[in-house]
Design a protein around this ligand. Structure first.
Ligand code: PEP
Length: 254
């Protein structure tokens, strides 16, 4: 199981320090290693260093919310994967639907970032998911297949072992609407089948596929109990240390 918190554009360095201190304290009660649960928090870029200092040698890993595909250069306002490594990141969220929607990020751009992240040794958490219109038009599988094909173009079997996927139906993100466990499970099973065809059965079995979209303490256990759901990418609820800890507890109990 893997639980990642996406703090989005919340928590500057000082606030992020306070939140991460509370998260570290609450999760110190859990035996994450014994329960085989990995946890990561993804603060905004400006807060990565302050959170990294707090996480120290706790079992909680650090992730970023985005990176540029190039190593360095004239890309004002951008941050490279190498810089994320220097700040202590192990993970990077790529292709989040909010970036696709507001920054016009395409699957081709996500693909270039995934390739660079893997090359650098950062674990990409690649987000995919359909909009409400696409779901209502019965296009869920077609959309997921297109996003997977294009975002993972050129990725070898060996590299794919270092990827995490997050199925995040756009209509469920930040809306309070959650996919039912059965709806999420259907798509996760489809993704695993696609991975088996594109790579192989062993990789498909091993790949962590997270669900994201209004996960809360009250629904996490049911979602995480589904066969093909290996944890969650948590937005809003990860900003509340008690709620985030309760979601991690649900992962530990599965
Ligand atoms: C997200 O930001 O990836 C997310 C799933 O947000 P929320 O949990 O708030 O829906």
């Amino acid at each position: 199981m893997f639980v990642a918190g996406n703090w989005k554009m919340n928590k500057g360095p000082a606030e992020a320090e306070t939140l991460s201190e509370t998260v570290v304290e609450l999760l110190s009660e859990f035996d994450l290693e014994d329960d085989e649960v990995a946890v990561c928090v993804c603060p905004p870029a400006i807060s990565l260093s302050s959170v990294s200092d707090v996480l120290g040698d706790s079992p909680i890993a650090l992730g970023a919310q985005n990176m540029h595909a190039e190593e360095s250069g004239a890309y004002t306002g951008e941050i490279s994967g190498g810089m994320l490594l220097q700040a202590g990141c192990e993970y990077v969220i790529l292709g989040h639907s909010e970036r696709r929607q507001y920054q016009g990020e395409t699957d081709a751009q996500v693909n270039a970032k995934v390739i660079r992240a893997l090359d650098l040794g950062l674990v990409p958490i690649v987000c995919i998911g359909e909009t409400l219109d696409e779901r209502e038009a019965d296009q869920v599988e077609a959309v997921i297949e297109r996003q997977l094909t294009d975002s993972l173009a050129g990725i070898t079997l060996e590299d794919a072992g270092d990827l995490v996927l997050a199925y995040e139906p756009v209509w469920a993100i930040g809306t309070g609407k959650t996919a039912t466990p059965a709806q999420a499970q259907d798509v996760h099973a489809f993704i695993r089948g696609w991975l088996a065809d594109r790579f192989d059965a062993e990789l498909a079995d091993d790949m962590e596929i997270l669900y994201g979209g209004s996960v809360k303490p009250g629904n996490a256990g049911d979602l995480f109990s589904e066969d093909d759901i290996d944890g969650g990418l948590i937005g809003g609820a990860s900003l509340n240390a008690d709620a985030f800890a309760a979601i991690v507890r649900a992962a530990c109990e599965v």
